[in-house]
Design a protein around this ligand. Structure first.
Ligand SMILES: Cc1ncc(COP(=O)(O)O)c(C=O)c1O
Length: 373
């Protein structure tokens, strides 16, 4: 059997339809979208169309979309851009301990500049309590940034409740939706967010492109100063090639029906592992409020990395990382207070558009031989 890819939360392949949409911008349409002559026209039109496709997926307006180099840049722009644009010396940010490093690192950077950050805890399933958000608010709070779905365990946060609290207090609310776009609904008004991060390579577009939704009227200091691209929010000649890829991927992502098949395969994997290993496996993350493609499972008392090493030709991720020769629990599982005996055995299987039932059955069969009960 060919190698099996179950690491879609790390990155997805580029969908052939996305690649086809991009092709003309590799081969012919090279013009600078800002030039205003015949050579720029196809690029300008493509950029407009792509912006409309991205905004349509979010239920937003085209001018509320800023193209970026990916999820990390979008998170940095949302967080640092808000901090640097803040008036009246407000400098407090509320986030959670299980955010992606692309949120945590800009927050730590701003602490170095004199900002204050509250890192909220999560419960054992990875959920933030909206009441904790409310209690953390101070007169200095200028931003709440809570991820939509966690990349490791897939837990989906109660954004609408948190958004309502943010609105009551007039505080800007950002979400990192890099993992949720294309997997579950992400319309900004339903989520109650003011800013939302998209990462192209998590939804069958290329790496190196993403977007930040910025609600109309919000002030944001650019991270890259220069000419007035992206309505003055991100300087640099736009890549029609990459924008077209993201736009085409967003247009496809609007149809969530294919996720039903993915979820059924994910559940088939979990049920088969429970049948085979019984108490020897434990689910990490929320049992129901979870991304439909994600299964983070612990092989109790084992080391996930060891199991993965033996599962040759199967691409998946562990919940532990090796730091200076020591295997440590991932900060997400540690934040959920998963006991070490369980957490060290974690493997994240993340499925996607091209996963087949045969692949799932093959992985279960191989696990049964290398990880005896
Ligand atoms: C939740 C989350 N946020 C942000 C990112 C970063 O996105 P990018 O790789 O496009 O910078 C990732 C990617 O791993 C992610 O999973």
């Amino acid at each position: 059997m060919p190698p099996i890819y179950l690491d879609y939360n790390a990155s997805t392949p580029i969908d052939p339809a996305v690649a086809a949409a991009m092709r003309p911008f590799l081969d012919q349409a090279f013009g600078n979208p800002s030039s205003g002559h015949w050579a720029s026209a196809p690029a300008t039109a493509a950029l407009d169309r792509a912006r409309a496709q991205v905004s349509a997926l979010l239920g937003a307006a085209s001018e509320e979309i800023v193209f970026t180099s990916g999820g990390s840049e979008a998170n940095n722009l949302a967080i640092k851009g808000t901090y640097l644009a803040a008036k009246r010396g407000k400098a407090h940010i509320i986030t959670s301990i299980i955010e992606h490093p692309a949120v945590l690192a800009p927050c730590r950077f701003l602490e170095g500049l004199g900002g204050a950050v509250t890192y909220l805890p999560v419960d054992g399933t990875g959920l933030v309590d909206p009441e904790d958000v409310r209690r953390a608010i101070t007169p200095q709070t200028l931003l709440i940034s809570i991820m939509h779905a966690n990349n490791e365990v897939g837990t989906v946060q109660p954004l609408a409740e948190i958004g309502a609290i943010a609105r009551q207090h007039g505080i800007r609310f950002h979400t990192d939706a890099a993992q949720s776009v294309g997997k579950i609904p992400t319309r900004v008004d339903e989520l109650g967010v003011d800013m939302l991060t998209i990462a192209g390579h998590k939804l069958y577009a290329p790496k190196g492109v993403g977007a930040l939704y910025v609600r109309r009227g919000l002030e944001l200091e650019p991270l890259i100063h220069g000419a007035g691209h992206e309505s003055g929010r991100r300087a640099g000649t736009e890549s029609a090639l990459l924008a077209v890829g993201l736009g085409a991927a967003c247009a496809m992502a609007a149809d969530l029906a294919p996720m039903n098949r993915v979820q059924a395969l994910r559940d088939r994997l979990w049920e088969a592992l429970q049948d085979r290993f019984g108490e020897g496996v434990a689910l990490n993350g929320h049992p129901t409020r979870r991304l439909p493609n994600t299964l983070n499972v612990s092989f109790v008392g084992r080391i996930g990395a060891d199991i993965l090493a033996q599962l040759r030709d199967v691409a998946a991720s562990t919940g532990s990382a090796c730091h200076s020769g020591q295997i440590e629990l991932s900060p997400v599982l540690a934040g959920m207070r998963v006991p070490e005996r369980i957490g060290m055995g974690a493997i994240r299987f993340s499925l996607g558009r091209y996963t087949t039932a045969d692949e799932i059955d093959e992985v279960v069969a191989r696990l049964a031989t290398i990880a005896p009960v």
